[in-house]
Design a protein around this ligand. Sequence first.
Ligand code: AMP
Ligand code: MG
Length: 348
Amino acid sequence: MRNKKVLIALLSIGMLIAVIRIAMIFVNYEKEQNQKKEDYFKQNFFAMDTYMSVQVYGKNAQKNVEKAIAEIERLDALLSTGKEDSEVSQINQNGGGKLSIDTGNLMDRAKYLYSESDGAFDISIYPVMKAWGFADKDYHVPEERVLREALSKVSMDRIRVSVDKEVTLPAGTEIDFGGIAKGYTADRVAGILKANGVESAMLDLGGNVQLIGKKPDGSDWKIAIQNPDGSDHYLGVVKTADKAIVTSGGYERNFTQDGVTYHHIIDPKTGYPVQNGLVSVTIVSADGTMADGLSTTLFVMGQERATEYWRQHSSEFDFVMYREDGTLWITSGLKDCFSSEFEINEIE
Ligand code: AMP
Ligand code: MG
């Protein structure tokens, strides 16, 4: 009888221990799962008039994604021409004003690109963007007189910036950082993430891809370059790390009137959408601001001038160029990291 009681007591203790063990396994599993969730976080959102996504690996992934999005929203509020109270809109309305650190940086980069490209890149293009309805999405071909008037306001030469970053615009001149803002934003966000210890992340700011480090398993990222026809038939894939990959093309924003398609990248010499046989230009560079600025600039320059420019700056960036005649061109720095189903023409 006594032995039976002891046996039951022992069995009960054994069962209790087993239950505690099982409970602990569950707790540990939960902890592990939470840890894993912490190790990776991705968020899709809409900002700067486009769909974006930020994905971050490592500790505090979610918090770091939140920091990235906060910075994007801060810069959107500062740089947007569509928001009446943004710094850029205020400068445009008042014919000038004090540049903040960010708009000051962007102005410097924009002036550099303007002079390097002999005016192909010109942020004072905004009156012309408005004339075509790209500013308020009321797209239409402008009357010749209206276009000429708008074009007469375009020239970065006439924008004055004093040493203490006070900018003055001539009457009617307005600025638009649209060709470079997303790249600058990507650079800024990458800086913030790195300062917070992030070693692996990918930002996709509406086609402006910025990579931080390599993938968590130590391999390169594979970034597909979209085919402008919208199909899954990519132009190619770039295998790289720690770089920006930025594409400009007329297919990104355009409208059709009387059977003719007009897009949003304007030749400042004519006031008309660029028509030079190019469909898209993709820049690969360690510098996100440069990648974005140059994608627009080289698209305006056309293949010959773009190639000439690359030959003078081949240590700073590479490009992939897709033409209306169906040919695909890459600069030699990409030859070991670019693959494509297209026939590849190499530029040296
Ligand atoms: P992206 O998509 O980076 O090529 O930028 C295109 C945007 O840049 C347009 O929507 C305009 O806001 C602006 N833009 C258009 N033409 C020019 C130009 N020639 N120089 C500078 N910015 C331009
Ligand atoms: Mg650009």
